[in-house]
Design a protein around this ligand. Structure first.
Ligand code: NAD
Length: 696
């Protein structure tokens, strides 16, 4: 495969990188650039070289298809290429359009000159993967743009428009017309000047650089608490400002090596790849034809229906909203309006957008008005009989080929599909509350769901800016099935001696956005009570702590009733520990004859997280999840699992499955709780015995 083209234009050689989609600097492309440089260098008729990119931009940096493979480091590597350019007898000019990011920008910084088209996006995004730019970016960028600007770019990773560099030394010229033509003309001009300027020879020019950098270090340290990369970036940029070039390069290199090996970077890279992997479904090829989705109906305008409708409207897809009675419809529409008005008040959408968006929702009480939409999302009461009536109606009335989705959180999607004569058109779209905010969308694949329905909904999840992850059918799907085990462990620990606040504090210190008791107070303690009551009938062998039921019997449903595991002052969401709960817990322990013991934070964290891991292993083994990284993605995007730990399954891999298993054996010896709880999932035991991880 040719990854770069070489073309001679009179006395100027043009090397065009051509490695779709973004000219990723993989081994093949690097070799092709090196070959082009050598060829031009040996050709006495060539007086300058233009390096440019075909297609969408100059270069997006490292070729992610090569990530974690030896090809990343194969010679010629990026350092070698830059050295070749710096040693060139004739000037090399980077001609930039579209994007110059990461290694792509570093390569350009190694050139003698750079010219750019307006509108190109310039960035060093390595920090987003927990790394720092490792090919001189931290040393060269501050030498050509103001120190503060360079540091911001490196620490944030965010792109900056090329026009903003007009006054800096990053670009020697901005080219308005045809880029390569302009670059060739520029190359002829500089070739005549007979100079070979190198950024490495410049000095960082900034008044009181030391003072500014100290201030920056303090700010970054406070903001980036759990992430080591941003501080390493500051350190490398500080070296650029205060030390000779080669020393700075050594500091950058040391930082890069330390970060590549850091668990935080591994976690961020894992999350990055998890997101890409999630949309690949092995038996649904990428070229599966999609069904068009131009208009959507949402059934039920309650808590979920309203938020779901907003998602489609926000993506420009009109919605018809169907309710059973006018009052429900009015209430639902009023809530949606209030949400949009609040967003406008915060300045996140223009004020006149409120009306424009509201006009895209057509409220109705009649199925006749929704029969020709392409997709229906049902969000009515969580009751099989109610769902049956709705799906029978849909089956009777909807046009052929319409996708029929349910937002059920606990009911069997296959049974719902069986209410229709078209189960292949039925799928679960499990949104999370608040549905207009939460990123996660579990896409539940029924036994008979058609492949094109699955492919369409997966693509649609991107259109409405959700993180779509496929789950098979089981009670609770992936996320809630796992969280149930986590919640059970949390309450067993109350039986044994912990307080809700202690459990929450320990797991929040581990990095969870919210501990289990605060979360339950937010979601409503009655929701899990309802599920438990069903379990008592369906799975009597399943053990729960009785404390949550006692709490609910007092009407303490959480924030909405002003009291739950904590108490809440009116209008406030602040969780205040409540002696009433302490007393309830103490009485319960007394009744069970348990002498409370102090449970350490480590034990709390391990019991909660390993409860997730063990259930996750079962889910993986049963094929409910396609891959471990899908489970991690669900926990990162829907359950507040700390991003820098990469999700429960990666965390278990980091701890080592053998160690996870040993800890579980220890917990199994505990006389309280459910004796069967810690029986290891066969997959976990098998991988641990093989010395492998879930993500290997
Ligand atoms: P809700 O009670 O707030 O809203 C349900 C709405 O459906 C009500 O407005 C009701 O009038 C309407 N409705 C009832 N029967 C209807 C019918 N036959 N036709 C049309 N409309 C009808 O409930 P919710 O919390 O929005 O939950 C809806 C669904 O979403 C449930 O299946 C639930 O399990 C699921 N879900 C809820 C959450 C959550 O956190 N609330 C999260 C994920 C999924």
């Amino acid at each position: 495969m040719t990854t770069a083209r070489y073309f001679q234009h009179g006395d100027v050689a043009v090397i065009t990188m051509d490695n779709p989609p973004v000219n990723g600097l993989g081994a093949g492309l690097r070799q092709a650039i090196a070959d082009g440089l050598t060829r031009a260098g040996r050709d006495a008729t060539v007086r300058a070289i233009v390096l440019t990119g075909a297609g969408r931009g100059f270069s997006g940096g490292a070729d992610i298809r090569e990530f974690n493979t030896p090809a990343t480091f194969a010679e010629p590597n990026l350092h070698t290429l830059i050295r070749m350019i710096e040693d060139s007898r004739i000037p090399v000019i980077a001609a930039i359009h579209g994007i110059a990011m990461g290694g792509g920008l570093e390569l350009a910084l190694g050139c003698h000159y750079r010219v750019a088209a307006p509108g190109a996006q310039i960035a060093l995004p390595e920090v987003k993967l927990g790394l720092l730019p490792g090919a001189g970016g931290t040393q060269r960028l501050p030498r050509v743009v103001p120190l503060e600007m360079a540091l911001n770019m490196i620490v944030s990773g965010n792109p900056v428009d090329s026009s903003r560099f007009a006054e800096t030394r990053l670009f020697d010229a901005m080219i308005e017309g045809e880029l390569v033509e302009g670059a060739i003309a520029f190359a002829r001009k500089v070739a005549a000047e007979d100079k070979l300027p190198r950024i490495r020879d410049l000095k960082v020019d900034y008044p009181n650089a030391q003072g500014y950098l100290q201030f920056a270090r303090n700010t970054v340290a406070a903001v980036a608490k759990n992430y080591p990369a941003p501080l390493r970036c500051v350190e490398a940029v500080t070296a650029a400002a205060t030390r000779p070039f080669e020393e700075g390069m050594a500091i950058e290199r040391a930082g890069f090596i330390a970060l590549v090996e850091s668990p935080e970077s591994r976690a961020l890279r894992h999350a990055f790849f998890a997101e890409r992997a999630a949309s690949r479904i092995p038996d649904v090829p990428e070229d599966t034809p999609m069904r068009p989705v131009k208009e959507v109906a949402v059934i039920g305008a309650g808590t979920m229906g309203g938020g779901i409708a907003m998602n489609f409207v926000n993506a420009g897809i009109p919605v018809r909203l169907l309710e059973i009675e006018q009052a429900g419809l009015d209430r639902g529409m009023a809530t949606i309006r209030r949400n949009y008005e609040n967003t406008a008040k915060k300045g996140r959408i223009p004020a006149d957008d409120v009306e424009r968006r509201m006009a895209m929702i057509r409220p109705t009480l009649s199925y006749d008005e929704i029969r020709d939409v392409d997709l229906v999302v049902e969000a009515v009461f969580e009751d099989m009989d109610v769902k049956r009536v709705v799906f029978q109606n849909l089956d009777r009335l909807m046009k052929k080929g319409a996708i029929l989705a349910t937002n059920t959180s606990t009911l069997d999607v296959d049974r719902i599909a069986a209410f229709t004569r078209r189960p292949e058109d039925v799928i679960g779209m499990h949104f999370f509350s608040p549905a207009n905010v939460m990123k996660l969308l579990e896409i539940v694949r029924g036994e008979k769901t058609a492949r094109d329905v699955l492919a369409t909904v997966m693509k649609l999840s991107k259109t409405i800016r959700k993180t779509g992850v496929v789950s098979g059918v089981c009670d609770g799907f992936i996320g809630n099935r796992m969280i149930e085990q986590y919640s059970r462990q949390a309450t067993f620990m109350l039986d044994e001696g912990a307080s809700p606040a202690q459990v929450d504090r320990a797991i929040e210190k581990f990095g969870f956005a919210m501990g289990p008791f605060r979360m339950s107070d937010l979601a409503g303690n009655d929701v899990s009570w309802y599920i438990r009551k069903r379990r008592y009938v369906e799975k009597p062998e399943y053990k729960y702590s009785a404390i949550p039921d006692k709490l609910c019997e007092l009407g303490r449903f959480g924030q909405k009733t002003g009291a739950g595991w904590y108490r809440y002052e009116s209008g406030s969401r602040k969780a205040i520990p409540d002696p009433v709960v302490d007393e309830l817990v103490a009485k319960h322990r007394e009744a069970l004859g348990i002498t409370p013991r102090r449970i350490g934070d480590d034990e709390i964290v391990q019991r909660l997280v390993f409860a997730l891991v063990n259930e996750g292993a079962k889910i993986l083994e049963e094929g409910i999840a396609m891959r471990a990284s899908d489970i991690d993605l669900i926990y990162l995007s829907g359950y507040g699992f700390p991003l820098y730990r990469g999700g429960p399954m990666l965390y278990a891999d980091e701890v080592g499955l053998y160690n996870v298993l040993r800890a579980m054996e220890g917990f199994a010896a505990n006389p309280h709780g459910d004796p069967g709880f810690w029986t290891p999932a066969p997959l976990l035991a098998k991988l641990a015995a093989q010395g492998k991880g879930f993500n290997d």
